[in-house]
Write a protein that binds this ligand. Structure first.
Ligand SMILES: NC(=O)c1ccc[n+]([C@@H]2O[C@H](COP(=O)([O-])OP(=O)(O)OC[C@H]3O[C@@H](n4cnc5c(N)ncnc54)[C@H](O)[C@@H]3O)[C@@H](O)[C@H]2O)c1
Ligand SMILES: [Zn+2]
Length: 366
């Protein structure tokens, strides 16, 4: 087992990573509890393979639990899902010092985290991420949210978990497409500030996606360490540090919005294409070498991930895509900060380019 720490003073918390940790989770949860009782929240796809295993491991430590299984899918991260979950937690007699367990992907993690930020004015929760995306990204950092009619993740809170438990063996049941989407976020850490890690991805990404345990373990630990470092440096994204995690996301969000946030294009798939576009835009503006942009595109393409507008299933014009970007919640004073790059692993934040320039660039892309 590996242990990392998210260093946030009194709100610091450990991240445990290890194959088979789910079967041992009680031992790590028990010391946090004031009374031997917890609540597990999960979704319908995750409950079947993993809920009983977690329950047994808690039982072995004398911890009783009740569980709530929500429907799988993004629609669960909604006012309705939040209402159902918070009412259920209250009905279960939750106490402020209790620790709720979020067992699932980013949807469950974001919803449970937000619910726990408001139930009884805040109770604790534990992230047990079961998708690659959640293991390398959403389970760490304390961003929680639900979606509303006007857009994704617009209602939420910063609320850090008390513990993150990552068992990479849970990825064995994850659909290949979800695994690929999560992998895009792994590559992102290399592109942000770690050229060596991008080179590692080029060499080992294919093995990881085929289920190689060693490659998987390395990628998760390395990615989570990067996320933990960034969050510790800029927890609330008030400087430009945490904003770098949005590399590929402004372009990606435009693609997601254009495909109606549907399963036509998963979030990580949109980020894959978005990272290529961010590099190509940087190259077009003379900021980075065209070869670097080509390297990013080739790596993602070689693994079957979207790497262009066409391969992401988009044939809309630049103006339509840029219009989505104008609604990004990162817009400040009418300007959208873009994450661009000077080369592999040399990303930076800039407000030098207007959305008209972006629209013109996208018009020239296929
Ligand atoms: N809070 C953050 O910092 C942050 C960062 C990135 C993304 N997010 C959010 O995360 C969400 C996406 O997360 P996601 O990609 O994990 O999606 P998800 O939670 O919807 O999981 C994807 C699918 O895989 C299923 N699943 C999960 N684990 C499984 C397993 N081990 N075996 C089989 N099936 C499994 C789920 O039921 C679902 O159908 C989005 O809502 C996004 O906004 C949040
Ligand atoms: Zn993302």
């Amino acid at each position: 087992m590996q242990q990392l720490t998210v260093d946030l003073g009194t709100r610091s918390y450990p991240i445990l990573i290890g194959d088979g940790l789910l079967g041992d989770i009680g031992r790590h949860v028990a010391p946090l509890l004031k009374r031997p009782r917890t609540m597990i929240i999960t979704d319908a796809h995750v409950a079947d393979p993993y809920l009983a295993r977690v329950g047994m491991a808690l039982g072995a430590e004398g911890i009783s639990f009740s569980s709530f299984v929500l429907p799988a899918g993004e629609a669960t991260k909604s006012w309705e899902g939040l209402a159902r979950l918070t009412e259920w937690l209250i009905g279960e007699g939750i106490e402020r010092s209790d620790h709720v367990i979020a067992l699932g992907g980013g949807v469950i993690g974001d919803l449970v985290g937000f619910a726990c930020s408001i139930v009884k004015r805040g109770c604790s929760f534990i992230q047990v991420p079961t998708t690659l995306l959640a293991q390398v990204d959403s389970s760490v950092g304390g961003k929680t949210a639900i979606n509303v009619a006007a857009g994704k993740n617009l209602i939420g809170a910063f609320h850090q978990p008390a513990l993150v438990v990552i068992d990479p063996t849970t990825l064995a049941t994850l659909p290949a497409r979800e695994l690929g989407a999560g992998y895009a976020e792994v590559v992102k850490y290399g592109l942000i500030d770690d050229a060596d890690f991008f080179a590692w991805c080029e060499a080992h990404g294919a093995a990881l996606l085929k289920g190689d345990g060693e490659a998987r373990a390395h990628a998760i630990a390395h990615s989570v360490a990067a996320k933990a470092r960034i969050v510790a440096a800029d927890e609330r994204e008030t400087q430009d540090v945490r904003a770098l995690l949005n590399l590929g996301h402004s372009f990606g969000h435009a693609l997601e919005a254009e495909t109606g946030y549907s399963d036509r294009l998963l979030h990580g798939e949109a980020v894959a294409a978005g990272m290529v576009l961010a590099h190509q835009f940087s190259a077009a503006k003379g900021l980075c070498a065209a070869e670097d942009a080509a390297r990013v595109r080739d790596h993602l393409a070689s693994l079957g991930l979207p790497h262009s507008l066409a391969s992401a299933g988009i044939n809309s014009g630049g103006a339509a895509l840029a219009a989505h970007m104008a609604h990004d919640k990162k817009v400040r004073g009418g300007k959208l900060p873009l994450i661009l790059t000077r080369g592999i692993g040399r990303s930076f934040v800039t407000e030098d380019y207007g959305l008209d320039t972006v629209a013109e660039f996208l018009d020239g892309q296929a």
